[in-house]
Design a protein around this ligand. Structure first.
Ligand code: DI6
Ligand code: FE
Length: 400
């Protein structure tokens, strides 16, 4: 199939935001076979099916590289509580927060988990999303953690989307281990990680390194097991305070360090050295009324790639729109619209260790978004507006 007469944002190299004013893309066997100017299309492609896109914009399909879309229940009541003045920490300490989602998730069957996640997945797909990372972390017991990962993998049986699963056993201390977080790590989290890995369910290992969750020593024990098993790591770090999670993650060569509002320039330098992607989550920043901005200038200065993601979760970021995430990253974090687009494509792919998608380049997967737009900045600019014309994932097309 040949797509022609389109404006193409290629992002051929990780950081270079190439623009072909009037270009064409040839797709063969689900891969990008050729990209170039519309007046230089090799004859062989003109013989097959040709589609005139009438000047529409083509970008890599968007990628959501940090979500918790699989979970039981919701936290609308907590939303109300916070509006009446309770802080996120207070809600968490009062047995609300993550722990209340754990209860609802434990009560759900795999089918319930899948069924309740699909509408959130569909909202992302409607904005072209081709890859979704899904974390466990609301089970905090062996069976429920495994069920979350199994439900996450099942999403790909029901929709044309790639799912990457991340084990987040070290997300919160469950009530039964309230006074014994070390016991939870050693007796539940680590054995469950081993079981999930044995079942082939783990693409990456994550943790929540925070005063209300786990300290660096506890995360380190989990990361040591990940390393033994050959699984890459990432970390929720420096979201509410700085307790050294970023430096620890960098020591383990983390694929990404996520949130990082309270990270320092030194942390940014450690990430640059480790090659870790900074995953910015403006939905959580917005929802929690956070005012501490992530050190964006330090990331720029030291060449740390910045990805953005929804963090779609029932508590701190009930956000199921990657387009709104792009807008928020510009308005709240002052990213440029170009950085937002690269952050939701090439750098998001890199945060997941994927090198075959997120850019438009010969040999990569044909994961493309065709937009009713003239300029790439339009994607981040409007609020609550979806200009998607068509989504192509693995060469397979779905009209918006
Ligand atoms: N940081 C977050 O923002 C989410 N998890 C995490 O580690 C919050 C998850 C929740 O509140 O349910
Ligand atoms: Fe998260």
């Amino acid at each position: 199939m040949l797509l022609r007469n389109a404006k193409i944002v290629t992002i051929e190299v990780q950081d270079s935001y190439g623009l072909i004013e009037c270009g064409a893309i040839a797709i063969k066997d689900g891969l990008i076979d050729w990209v170039g100017a519309d007046d230089a299309i090799p004859a062989e492609y003109l013989d097959g099916p040709v589609r005139d896109l009438e000047g529409r914009l083509i970008t890599p399909a968007l990628i959501d590289c940090h979500t918790h879309v699989v979970h039981g229940g919701d936290r609308a009541v907590e939303f109300e509580m916070r509006l009446k003045g309770a802080s996120y920490e207070e809600v968490a300490r009062a047995g609300g927060g993550i722990v209340s989602t754990v209860k609802a998730t434990r009560e759900a069957s795999i089918e319930d988990l899948l069924t309740s996640a699909l509408p959130r997945v569909d909202a992302l797909l409607a904005e072209s999303v081709s890859v979704i990372e899904v974390k466990s972390g609301y089970g905090l017991d062996r069976e429920t953690e495994l069920n979350m990962l199994r439900a996450a993998r099942m999403i790909a049986d029901h929709r044309n989307v790639r799912i990457k699963t991340t084990f987040l056993g070290a997300h919160a201390v469950p009530v039964e281990y309230k006074d014994n977080p070390d016991g939870y790590i050693d007796e539940v989290c680590i054995p469950t990680l081993k079981a999930a890995h044995a079942e082939g369910l783990v693409d990456a290992v994550d943790g929540f390194c925070e005063g209300i969750a786990f300290n660096t020593d506890q995360i380190k024990r989990v990361f040591d097991v990940a390393r033994e098993l050959g699984i890459p790591v990432k970390l929720h770090a420096e979201q509410l305070s700085n307790i050294g999670g970023t430096k620890l993650a960098a020591e383990y060569g983390a694929m990404s360090v996520d949130h990082i509002e309270y990270a320092t320039e030194e942390d940014a330098m450690a990430m640059a050295k480790a090659g870790s992607v900074a995953v910015l989550l403006p939905g959580a920043f917005y929802t929690l009324h956070e005012t501490q901005l992530p050190p964006i200038d330090a990331f720029r200065k030291h060449g740390v790639p910045m990805a953005i993601a929804t963090d779609c979760n029932p508590g701190s970021s009930p956000l199921a729109s990657i387009l709104l995430t792009m807008n928020m990253s510009c308005t709240l974090f002052r990213l440029t619209p170009e950085e937002a687009l690269v952050g939701a494509t090439a750098h998001a792919a890199r945060a997941l260790g994927l090198s075959d998608t997120g850019r438009i380049k010969v040999g990569l997967r044909a994961d493309l978004a065709i937009w009713n737009a003239k300029h790439p900045a339009e994607l981040a600019y409007r609020i609550g507006f979806n200009p998607l014309f068509e989504r192509i994932v693995g060469g397979e097309s779905t009209a918006a």
